[in-house]
Design a protein around this ligand. Structure first.
Ligand code: AMP
Length: 399
């Protein structure tokens, strides 16, 4: 699948609208705690600045409810952009109001304008055509570099593309890279290929598991979702997280894995606790001997060793979802150990965004991975085999 490429656009000295994903985490003082998403957009912004474009940047941040809220203002993002680009960034007071429209109109070649949080406009998440049209009217070209939100049909992601013809829209460098990486991973991974899948529930990853099954050699399950599989196998998982309505699906996945010759691994031991809390009493038990009314909150040391063995010979690793409740230190060990094995492996290592990217960064292993996606939800939808609404309008016809 080839996307319209920013490199092929005739951008010199033109006005360009770039949809970025500056939805960065902030601490309680409003400081950006991780600017990876901003840094990931710099290549595309530089490309446009090098061609002397007038650059309009737009993003959402958090989940404001369709109106201005100070805590969701993009002002801190503007300051970080200013540091990273070493250029002034003009900040609009609104999205498509008088101030933004005037500033966009007056914007000169080589200047950068950042619009306010797109979700201050209620129409953004509703893919409102009037909002799309107003945003589109600001520029001659549209670039999507917001992978993290490309699974959403929103005004600035999907609707806006209808106001530009094929010579005036394209994917930015980040979007290209994400789509290429996941495309290769799904279509022609170097084998053996292992998928490590964790996180809270089977329901969130069911479709991805089904789509991955015919493509992988091994699946290693961790996190809360493991207990639905374990229960289906007849184990008494006590108070662990279980989705009873998905027991049959879990059974079918294991059956299908067997049929396809995919090695399907489940935790052989867990860290069980008397409650879901920092001050819980916990101990290591086999998956078959979780104490009455206790719950499994992390994979145990035997599982960690088993998974290391299983990962030894693979050439490609995809990791999506933590192995335990990694937000609580005493249940983070399994995820941290797996993160180290993945980081040390000679395989191509791809980390889905969201929690998995977060936990890898917490222990400073992000530089050791081949690729960390900037989009948790978007990458999951690619793994499910879906076409993203923000990417579809940028796909070139094959002929
Ligand atoms: P997800 O959003 O489905 O990828 O799940 C991520 C969440 O799963 C994290 O917040 C973890 O705390 C949680 N999680 C991981 N393992 C468990 C477990 N054994 N029991 C309950 N929650 C878990």
């Amino acid at each position: 699948m080839e996307l319209f490429n920013i490199k092929n656009l005739d951008l010199a000295s033109k006005k360009v609208f770039i949809r970025c994903d500056f939805n960065v985490p902030m601490d309680q003082f409003g400081n950006i705690s991780d600017d990876r998403r901003i840094r990931s957009a710099i290549a595309t912004i530089h490309h446009c600045l090098d061609l002397n474009c007038a650059v309009i940047l737009a993003s959402h941040l958090g989940r404001p409810k369709g109106e201005f809220e100070e805590k969701y203002s993009l002002a801190p993002v503007a300051r970080r952009l200013n540091q990273l680009l070493k250029r002034d960034v003009i900040v609009a007071k609104d999205v498509v109001g008088e101030d933004a429209m005037q500033k966009a109109k007056d914007l000169k070649e080589g200047e950068i304008l950042l619009l306010e949080n797109l979700r201050f406009e209620a129409g953004e998440t509703k893919n409102n055509p009037e909002l799309s049209e107003k945003l589109a009217s600001m520029a001659e070209f549209y670039i999507n570099d917001a992978f993290g939100v490309s699974h959403r049909a929103h005004s600035s992601v999907e609707g806006i593309t209808h106001f530009f013809d094929d010579e005036h829209k394209a994917a930015g460098y980040l979007l290209q890279k994400e789509i290429q990486f996941f495309g290769k991973l799904i279509q022609k991974p170097v084998r053996p290929f292992a998928a490590i899948v964790g996180g809270s529930k089977v329901s969130g990853k069911l479709e991805a598991l089904v789509n991955l099954l015919p493509r992988v050699d091994k699946i290693l399950i961790g996190g809360g979702m493991a207990f639905t599989f374990l229960k289906q196998m007849g184990y008494d998982v006590q108070a662990s997280l279980v989705e009873d309505d998905l027991l049959e699906d879990a059974g079918r996945i294991m059956e299908e894995a067997k049929k396809l010759g995919v090695k399907f691994y489940l935790p052989v031991d867990v860290i069980a606790a008397d409650k879901f809390a920092e001050d819980a009493v916990s101990k290591i038990v086999t998956s078959q001997e979780i104490p009455k009314d206790w719950m499994g909150l992390d994979i145990g040391p035997a599982t960690v060793r088993l998974y290391r063995e299983a990962l030894n010979d693979v050439q490609t690793i995809l990791w999506n979802g933590p192995m335990g409740v990694y937000e609580i230190e005493k249940f983070a060990r399994g995820s941290n150990k797996i993160a180290h094995f993945v980081a040390d492996s000679y395989a191509t290592t791809v980390v889905g965004g969201g929690d998995t990217a977060d936990l890898v960064q917490r222990i400073n292993l992000d530089e050791e991975m081949t690729f960390i996606s900037t989009g948790g939800g978007a990458s999951l939808e690619l793994l499910e085999g879906k076409m993203l609404p923000g990417v579809l309008p940028l796909v070139q016809d094959e002929d």
